[in-house]
Ligand binder design. Structure first.
Ligand SMILES: [Cu+2]
Length: 200
């Protein structure tokens, strides 16, 4: 009489797997390179984890759409609404448009040691924005709003650079931000922040 083979348990499968793994002959030199590779991967993952936890460097997870062809007609990114504004809760919000080959407005003043929410849109093609010495580095994809909150550690002039090739004038696409001591900075007199997540 034939008996039906019993199904191996999960534990047996794991044991078999490790037994087979141990039976494989791995050359000493190979073992050394596998160890080095794993250490390098561990190092990179560790750096990324530390950056994400302590420096706020992580991929943007928010998806907010906007019609790039009608930015001038949108409430939020209309020309007179661009630049620095302070909302009712006292948060500093900066709105900027990236277009071939500049960032608009061309120059802004913001306070140091203050969390600043920067909202970017593109009026034409894919751009990028990078501000050295901060966690500010993102792509500005047409049709989407890129948002990053950053803090400028100390007063000074910070360059704003496009880091995605956007055409022949790409290398001229830069701007700058003046970071002023917190106590010397005055909020621009403007109408209250308009717009937000409802740009359509
Ligand atoms: Cu560019």
């Amino acid at each position: 009489m034939q008996t039906e083979p019993t199904k191996p348990t999960y534990e047996q499968c794991v044991r078999n797997f490790f037994a087979q793994l141990q039976a494989i002959h791995v050359d000493h030199l190979e073992q050394r390179w596998i160890t080095i590779s794993l250490l390098v991967i561990g190092l990179f993952v560790g750096i990324m984890t530390l950056d994400a936890l302590f420096d706020g460097i992580n991929p943007p997870s928010k998806v907010e759409t906007i019609d790039s062809a009608k930015l001038h007609l949108s409430k939020e990114f209309a020309e007179d609404n661009l630049g620095v504004q302070v909302d009712d809760k006292g948060n500093v919000v900066v709105r900027m448009v990236a277009g071939r080959y500049s960032f608009f407005p061309k120059h802004i003043d913001v306070p140091a040691e203050t969390p600043i929410t920067l909202r970017w849109v593109s009026s034409d093609v894919l751009h990028g924005v990078h501000i050295p010495m901060t966690n500010m580095s993102t792509m500005i994809v047409p049709g989407y709003v890129a948002e990053i909150t950053t803090t400028f550690p100390k007063p000074g002039e910070y360059p704003v650079l496009c880091n995605e090739y956007c055409g022949l004038g790409h290398n001229h696409m830069w701007s700058n931000i003046s970071v002023i001591a917190k106590e010397d900075w005055k909020a621009p007199v403007k109408s209250a922040v308009k717009g937000g997540s409802n740009n359509e």
